[in-house]
Ligand binder design. Structure first.
Ligand code: PMT
Length: 404
C-alpha cells in the first residue's frame, strides 16, 4: 500500500501555464489512494478546467468563498479545509500567489485556506526566468521558507515564453515523490512488520467456565495503534477483549487459548521484524476440558492443571533476526524478576509493570513502566496514559531497529 493511502491533500492551483500539469499530479495522488481536494484561483481556471480536476479527484473543485445554488449561497469554509488537510501543496505557485502567501493577503479561497492551514505547506513556484530571479520574488520565496513552508524548487529548462532557464515547475512525478518522502519521514516504522499480542487467554474448564485473568487488552491495542500510526504493518493477535481497532494497517487475529495464541504467533513469526508480547497468557490450563457443563450438584470438582505453552520462550528459542519484546507483570521485586525473564526467554527487551503501582497494569487507562534491555541502563517512566506508554515503547523499538 502506498504511503499516500488515505492521506488528505489540498492541491492549491494558481494561474500559471504549469497548471496544465496539475491533472497529472491529482491523478498520481488519487491512484496512490490519497484524497485530493482542489482549490484553485480564477486565474488558474484559464489554464486547466475544474471539470477535469473534479473528474480526476471525485470531489467538487472549490474556486470561491461561496457557491450559489438556486439563490442559496453556501460558504466554502476555508478554515475547515485548512484543518482537514494532512498537507497542502500549492502547485504551481505563481509569482502573484506566492507574494500574497508571503504577505498574508487573503483575497481568494486558496490564500485564505493557506492562512488557515495547520499542516505542512509545500509550494512549487512556476514562472518565467526573469520573474523567478527577480529579487522581490526571491525575497518572497525566502520569506515563505523562513515561515516554515517547504519549497519545491523550480527547475531549469525551456519555458513557455520561448526563453530557457530556471522557472519551470518541478515535474508531477517528482512532486509526488517529495510528498511520499515527507510522509515516510513521518512514518518511521514504514515497511516494518510488527506482531503484537494483547488481552488475556481463556483456558476452558467446561463449555461455560474458564481460567483467565483481568487483562482488558488496552495496553496491547494501544501498542498496535501506535505502531500502525507510525507506518508499520501490524498483526494484532488478541485474546478475548472488548477492544476495537480500525486502523487500516492493523489486521486482527482473534484467539481464545494460549495454544491458539502460540499457533497464531508461529504462523507469522518468520516474516516478522518485531514481536511485542503484551498479552497476559494464562499460565495454567485444565488437563481436560469437560464436554458438558459440570453440574454443581455433583459437588466441588477437583481440577487437574497443566502449564500452558510458554509462548515467549518458544519464540525466544526460534529467534533469528526478529526483535522480541516481552512484558513482565509483577507484584514484588519487579526489576529483578523482569531481568530474569529477559535473560531466560532470550528477549531483546522487556517492559516491566507492577500491580504494586497505583494506576498500573490490568484494566487501567494508565500504566507505569520501566524498559529493560540487555547491556543498557533501565529507563523508568512515570504514570502515563497507555497511549503515551505505547509511544515510549515505539521510540525504544525504533532505536533498536536503528542499532540492529
Ligand atoms: O490488558 P491490560 O488490561 O491493558 O493490561 C496490560 C497488561 C498488564 C496485561 C500488560 O501490561 C502486561 O503486563 N502483559 C504481560 C502480562 C504477563 O503475562 O506477564 P508475565 O510476567 O506473567 O509474563 C511474562 C511474559 O511472558 C509476558 O510477555 C507474557 O505475555 C509471556 N507469557 C507468559 C506466559 C505464557 N504461558 N506465555 C507467555 O508468552
Amino acid at each position: 500500500m502506498s504511503i499516500l493511502h488515505d492521506k488528505r491533500i489540498l492541491l492549491g492551483i494558481s494561474g500559471s501555464i504549469a497548471a496544465y500539469k496539475t491533472p497529472t499530479i491529482a491523478r498520481l495522488l488519487v491512484k496512490a489512494g490519497a484524497k485530493v481536494q482542489v482549490v484553485m484561483t480564477d486565474a488558474a481556471k484559464g489554464f486547466v478546467t475544474p471539470l477535469t480536476l473534479s473528474t480526476l479527484t471525485y470531489l467538487e473543485v472549490l474556486t470561491s468563498f461561496t457557491q450559489e445554488d438556486n439563490d442559496n449561497a453556501v460558504w466554502n469554509n476555508h478554515v475547515s479545509l485548512g484543518l482537514w488537510a494532512d498537507v497542502m501543496l500549492v502547485a504551481p505557485a505563481s509569482a502573484n500567489t506566492l507574494a500574497k502567501m508571503a504577505t498574508a493577503a487573503a483575497d481568494n479561497l486558496l490564500l485564505a485556506t493557506y492562512l488557515s492551514a495547520k499542516c505542512p505547506v509545500f509550494f512549487a513556484p512556476a514562472m518565467d526566468l526573469d520573474m523567478h530571479k527577480h529579487p522581490a520574488n526571491q525575497d518572497n520565496i525566502n520569506r515563505l521558507v523562513a515561515n516554515g513552508n517547504i519549497l519545491i524548487p523550480a527547475t531549469s529548462g525551456p519555458l513557455a515564453s520561448g526563453l530557457e532557464g530556471e522557472g519551470r515547475m518541478e515535474e508531477p512525478e517528482q512532486i509526488v515523490a517529495i510528498l511520499e518522502d515527507y510522509f515516510k519521514s513521518k512514518s518511521p516504522l514504514s515497511g516494518k512488520k510488527i506482531v503484537i499480542t494483547a488481552g488475556p487467554t481463556y483456558e476452558p474448564i467446561d463449555p461455560v467456565r474458564f481460567i483467565g485473568n483481568h487483562s482488558s487488552g488496552k495496553m496491547g491495542y494501544a501498542l498496535a495503534n501506535a505502531a500502525a500510526q507510525q507506518g508499520a504493518d501490524v498483526i494484532l493477535i488478541s485474546g478475548p477483549t472488548a477492544g476495537n481497532i480500525t486502523h487500516p494497517n492493523v489486521s486482527v487475529v482473534a484467539v481464545t487459548t494460549a495454544a491458539q495464541m502460540l499457533a497464531a504467533c508461529m504462523d507469522v513469526y518468520t516474516n516478522t521484524d518485531a514481536l511485542i508480547m503484551a498479552a497476559a497468557v494464562a499460565d495454567f490450563q485444565p488437563t481436560e476440558k469437560a464436554q458438558q457443563k459440570i453440574k454443581k450438584q455433583a459437588g466441588i470438582p477437583s481440577l487437574s492443571l497443566a502449564p500452558t505453552p510458554d509462548i515467549l520462550s518458544k519464540l525466544g528459542e526460534g529467534k533469528k533476526n526478529q526483535i522480541l519484546i516481552g512484558f513482565a507483570l509483577e507484584t514484588q521485586d519487579a526489576l529483578a524478576n523482569a531481568q530474569k525473564k529477559l535473560a531466560s526467554k532470550n528477549l531483546d527487551a522487556i517492559v516491566v509493570n507492577s500491580l504494586a503501582d497505583d494506576g498500573a497494569g490490568f484494566g487501567h487507562d494508565t500504566n507505569k513502566i520501566s524498559f529493560l534491555q540487555t547491556n543498557k541502563e533501565a529507563v523508568h517512566y512515570t504514570l502515563k496514559s497507555k497511549q503515551e506508554v505505547a509511544l515510549d515503547v515505539m521510540d525504544h523499538l525504533k532505536t533498536m531497529f536503528d542499532e540492529s
